[in-house]
Design a protein around this ligand. Structure first.
Ligand SMILES: C[S@@+](CC[C@H](N)C(=O)[O-])C[C@H]1O[C@@H](n2cnc3c(N)ncnc32)[C@H](O)[C@@H]1O
Length: 408
């Protein structure tokens, strides 16, 4: 079904499938991110069919999944729906999966893996569901093509995803394979780096636009600054990746992918139109951030410095100042961190007037130590940790007193 159409170079699904080659596409994401992912999808011209706690459902063709994988900043994986059905148990699952024309998607000489999310009363171990699914696929291909493709756990080639809740099953092609947070620029990680997709969502949540400054003390491995540079340049975050799940599907038409990439490169600007300043007190963090930015191709656009957050240059013309300090899971460090968070409040008040300040943290008690009234709090999840992005309006001059009055 995934077929090459030479004239239009369209990599598409036959019209006998629902809706002229369009199918449901599920873009998964971390909890807290759906509102931002939704905006992104709408901005890219995709409809929003439904929203869950960790994903947005849209629709499109298989070549649309290439664009989504390339352009989405906040999504985790792009799943292309093949079939939805009711399965009470593993035998029904096997039969229903066998009916999908796998020989049209997966090469008999290729390799595939099955990932899953299973919650069905007859299944105690989700690995069993994966094996049933994998057998159904391999048996079908063997029957049609005389050869069984290889399969295993590696997710860097063709990936099939099974989503099974009670008796409702959905089978998807995972067109991403590795999650989209793996942009391929973070070669060196420092302590507690933010996932790239989370960093992008946090920046989108601030509403920051290139044209005003982006100041990021405590930059660690530089994720926020690099994602900010990508946003300012209108640069597709997936350009550095050379492997996606869709590339391993039968019918993948490389020239079209090259065209999509070339179009994305053309849309990318060369200059920022603002300053991005990233600092950290640790020399090795700044070196890591600089190295990562070099891999990302944006090192020349970010002003890096080894410096205490409080000594970071904050230009006069305004923008946002965003900090992601540690939030200490280990006891004993809390006193030290309380002091640090108090200092951040002073830094905001004394050095960042005219800016909007942001603090991203997973510790609400520590956040209170900043001593400023947050104008807005946005909920995010860093893995399982519930985090908040606090927004502080840092008034200029005479309005300063107002902000002091508002202390929590
Ligand atoms: C949680 S990490 C930031 C992670 C970062 N968002 C990333 O994606 O890699 C906190 C950073 O704050 C830095 N830091 C701690 N105390 C500091 C201080 N007083 N001044 C500047 N940086 C500091 C640490 O070196 C560390 O790199």
């Amino acid at each position: 079904m995934l077929s090459r159409v030479p004239q239009g170079k369209i990599y598409q699904i036959k019209k006998d499938d629902k809706g002229m080659g369009k199918r449901k596409i599920l873009v998964t994401c971390a909890k807290g991110i759906p509102p931002f992912l939704k905006e992104e999808l709408l901005g890219l011209g995709f409809p929003v069919l439904s929203e869950t706690v960790a994903g947005i459902e849209t629709e499109g063709t298989i070549d649309d999944t290439m664009r989504l994988n390339l352009y989405l900043r906040t999504g985790h994986r792009v799943f292309f729906l093949l079939r939805e059905f009711i399965a009470a148990d593993a035998e029904v699952l096997y039969r229903a999966v066998s009916e999908i024309p796998w020989e049209e998607y997966i090469d008999e000489n290729g390799y595939f893996s099955v990932s899953s999310s299973v919650d069905n009363p007859t299944i105690r171990d989700s690995r069993y569901a994966n094996v049933k699914c994998k057998d159904a696929i391999a048996d079908r291909i063997k029957k049609r093509c005389g050869k069984r493709p290889d399969s295993g756990p590696a997710q860097d080639r063709a990936v099939v995803n099974l989503y099974w809740r009670d008796d409702r099953c959905s089978i998807y092609l995972d067109t991403s394979g590795d999650p989209l947070s793996r942009r391929n620029y973070r070669k060196i990680s420092m302590t507690a780096p933010m996932q790239e997709t989370l960093a992008a969502a946090v920046i989108v949540a601030t509403g920051w636009k290139a044209g005003s400054n982006f100041i990021n003390p405590m930059c660690g491995s530089g994720t926020l600054a690099i994602e900010a540079a990508f946003i300012a340049l209108n640069r597709a975050p997936g350009l550095l990746r050379n492997n996606y799940g869709f590339m391993h599907l039968k019918g993948f038409y490389e020239p079209l992918w090259n065209e999509i990439r070339a179009e994305a490169k053309k849309k990318s600007k060369k200059t920022l139109g603002c300053r991005i300043i990233a600092t950290d007190i640790k020399r090795e963090a700044v070196e890591a951030a600089r190295g990562n930015a070099a891999t990302a191709g944006v090192e020349h656009l970010i002003e890096f410095a080894v410096s205490a957050y409080s000594a970071t240059t904050v230009p006069e013309d305004g923008g946002i100042v965003i900090l992601n300090p540690e939030y200490g899971e280990r006891m004993g460090k809390i006193d030290e961190l309380e002091h640090l968070y108090e200092g951040i409040g002073d830094f905001f008040k004394q050095k960042c007037k005219g800016y909007t300040g942001y603090l991203f943290t997973g510790n609400l008690d520590l956040a209170k130590k900043v001593g400023l009234k947050a104008r807005k709090r946005t909920l995010f999840f860093n893995g399982r940790i519930e985090c908040r992005l606090f927004e502080y309006e840092l008034y200029e001059g005479s309005r300063k007193n107002k902000q002091d009055e508002g202390k929590e």
